[in-house]
Design a protein around this ligand. Structure first.
Ligand code: XMP
Length: 326
């Protein structure tokens, strides 16, 4: 049987008991396959790579080497959470790479969305490959491939994410969740004890906040995106919408408009709120955020985020719009 095809008799992992047996089975298989060799994993903090990391830590402990690359386009608190959960709580062998300047310098002045994506993808691979070359004795590369990635190899992830590892990094692949659907990966992650907000988090694009800072990225505007996004996420969590709304984020377009504060005219950025529901990201509808919540988010952004004088709500469905702004 093709190892990339799910056995039709395999039960949907929808209880902790089923997840526990999956974990036990995989840990035994991974131990057998890997022995005392070393495995490398790019750990973004996303659901899939996090679950793979937790499984491998259980199976081979410090022989899993996780590399977390901070490209400067992550959300507020994201790198900190990866370090806290994996290094401090699970004792992972984690290498943190601060590549913020390298990414942001390379992106300076670049306006075209696809060129931005290519630069981010390429530097990511370069940074990861450089780290891999510094390490001795790595034989395997772990990846958070999941079943929909195999089924739709022309799907969203494959469509957006360019690149691949250079040929000289000739590792054997380890893909322990490649036959699982997303809800099953989440159940396994939760059973492994990963934090709820990590396991049930919304989709987040590889190029991160870079696509929410349309046009040429500036550090100033990126900070506005990051801070306003943190407020939106916090307020959605308080309102019980976390895990219920498919995807929500802020966008800060590359223009300023006039406002007034303390009797003085201002010339500052606008923050666009976006909250959508979808099943497969191919189509999306707009979440009807109640006005009191919208106003609360507006007030917090206008009061707490420097350089903003306007908050807008994007009511465009996909199609005609896309989910991200670029
Ligand atoms: P769009 O904007 O095309 O987005 O309607 C559909 C889904 O894909 C995510 N997205 C990306 N994911 N790399 C990714 O890994 C990307 O470059 C990228 N661009 C968009 C988007 O967040 C949405 O969930």
């Amino acid at each position: 049987m093709d190892e990339n095809v799910r056995n039709p008799e395999m039960k949907r992992i929808n209880t902790k008991e089923l997840a526990t047996s999956f974990i036990e089975e995989q840990v035994a298989l991974l131990k057998k396959e890997i022995g005392n060799k070393k495995v490398l994993l790019a750990l973004s903090g996303g659901v899939d790579s996090s679950v793979v990391a937790a499984l491998l830590i259980k199976a081979i402990g410090k022989n899993l080497v996780c590399v977390h690359v901070n490209h400067g386009l992550l959300r507020k608190g994201e790198s900190e959470q990866v370090i806290k959960v994996f290094k401090e709580e699970l004792g992972a062998n984690l290498i943190y790479v601060d590549a913020v300047d390298r990414f942001l310098d390379a992106l300076e002045g670049v306006e075209d969305p696809e060129t931005k994506r290519k630069i981010i993808g390429k530097i990511f691979i370069d940074v990861f490959a450089e780290e891999a070359k510094k390490l001795e004795g790595i034989e395997f590369l772990a990846q958070g491939t999941i079943y929909p990635d195999i089924l739709e190899s022309k799907g969203i992830k494959a469509h957006h994410n360019v690149g691949g590892l250079p040929k000289e990094l000739n590792f054997k692949l380890v893909e322990p969740v490649k036959l699982l659907y997303k809800d099953e990966v989440r159940m396994v992650g939760e059973t492994l004890g990963l934090p709820h907000n990590m396991v049930y988090r919304q989709p987040f694009p590889g190029p991160g906040l870079g696509v929410r800072c349309p046009g040429a990225i500036t550090r100033e505007r990126l900070e506005v995106v990051r801070e306003s996004d943190a407020i939106l996420r916090e307020e959605f969590a308080l309102a019980g919408l976390e895990g219920k709304v498919w995807q929500y984020f802020t966008v800060v377009p590359p223009f300023k408009s006039t406002g007034i504060k303390d009797n003085k005219r201002t010339y500052e950025y606008s923050v666009v709120l976006r909250a959508i529901n979808s099943i497969d990201a191919v189509t999306a509808s707009v979440e009807e955020i109640p006005y009191p919540l919208l106003f609360k988010i507006r007030d917090r952004i206008l009061n707490e985020v420097k350089g903003v004088n306007r908050v807008l709500f994007d009511i465009s469905p996909k199609p005609v719009a896309t989910i991200e702004w670029e």
